[in-house]
Design a binder for this molecule. Structure first.
Ligand code: DAK
Length: 259
């Protein structure tokens, strides 16, 4: 598949999706949301890929929803735009494979919302993050009010969202939004190192561990524990579980095949 507003690179079982719409600092218009949904499917369906990285080209990760396009929306086209955004970001959050956001620069509005739908966020020390939608007369519409409040608690989420403040990567780290802040020129190396670590362990176990943690944010503890038990039981039926435990006992490195 050929994309106009993003690039897909696959290397050593790690896929990198780079959003490349420099004329609007990688802002999300309808065409980019469509492509994002397509590439998510392509990557999730490809069994050779174990880990996914999402990043942006140039000085922005993603500068938000496309303000020019949103200004022109009416009630009917607004529903389409809104649905596309929700589908693309929910699908990102629910990808089987783990997704790392490499926040290389501005991650504002829909940009931060994309990062929040990823599993782990590493940020350049130059990155600027925020949900400035109230400064434009709207609310975060791609899940930001829900995901940020669950991640850092309602009071801290309200302080950010109700002011529309832009914060540094270090402040985002202190709030618990970002996992790690790294020097700008080391961001991709650090992210690849993390991706490689995850790519080396049992892929089905990684996928189900991600799924269990995602479920944990939406259900009571008893339901979550039942889900975890089922995941464990499924993994007991895999070749990788026999390989992992067998390799440990035979004192050799395990070779996981995702079966
Ligand atoms: N949309 C469209 N164009 C954008 C853009 C954006 N979000 N951000 C930047 N650009 C364009 C600029 O207009 C400019 O275009 P030209 O003038 O060259 O044609 C070009 O990118 C370069 O931008 P600047 O000249 O402004 O570059 P600077 O380095 O000076 O500043 C900046 C960078 C990122 C600080 C600044 O561009 C900026 O503040 N951008 C806007 C950031 C922002 O407010 N983002 C939040 C957007 S609102 C919903 C779903 C989603 C949403 C809402 C509802 N529903 C489901 C209902 C989401 C809303 C948002 O994300």
């Amino acid at each position: 598949m050929v994309y106009e507003n993003l690039m897909l690179e696959v290397k050593d079982s790690v896929a990198t999706i780079k959003i490349t719409r420099p004329k609007a600092l990688n802002a999300l218009d309808t065409a980019t949301l469509d492509e994002l949904l397509e590439v998510e499917k392509e990557v999730d369906d490809n069994d050779t890929i174990r880990v996914v990285i999402v990043t942006g080209e140039g000085k922005a990760f993603v500068s938000g929803g496309d303000i020019r396009e949103m200004l022109a929306l009416d009630a009917v086209s607004g529903v389409d735009f809104s649905n596309k955004g929700h589908v693309a970001l929910s699908s990102l959050e629910n990808m089987k494979k783990p997704v790392i956001a490499a926040v290389n620069g501005y991650a504002l509005g829909g940009g931060l919302e994309i990062a929040l739908a990823c599993d782990i966020i590493y940020a350049s020390e130059k990155a600027v993050l925020g949900l400035p939608e109230v400064t434009l007369g709207v609310v975060p519409g791609f899940g930001g009010t829900q995901r940020l409040a669950r991640l850092i608690g309602p009071a801290r989420a309200k302080e950010l969202i109700l002011t529309g403040a832009r914060i540094s990567a270090r402040e985002a780290y202190d709030l618990g939004i970002v996992n790690k802040v790294v020097p700008d020129d080391e961001l991709m190396n650090e992210v690849y190192a993390l991706a490689s670590k995850i790519a080396r362990v049992a892929p089905l176990a990684v996928q189900l561990a991600k799924d269990c943690i995602n479920v944990s944010t939406n259900v009571d503890i008893e339901s979550g524990l039942r889900h975890e038990a089922h995941a464990f039981a499924i993994l007991c039926g895999t070749e990788d579980k026999n390989e992992g435990m067998g390799a440990f006992l035979e004192k050799r490195p395990a070779v996981f095949r995702g079966r």
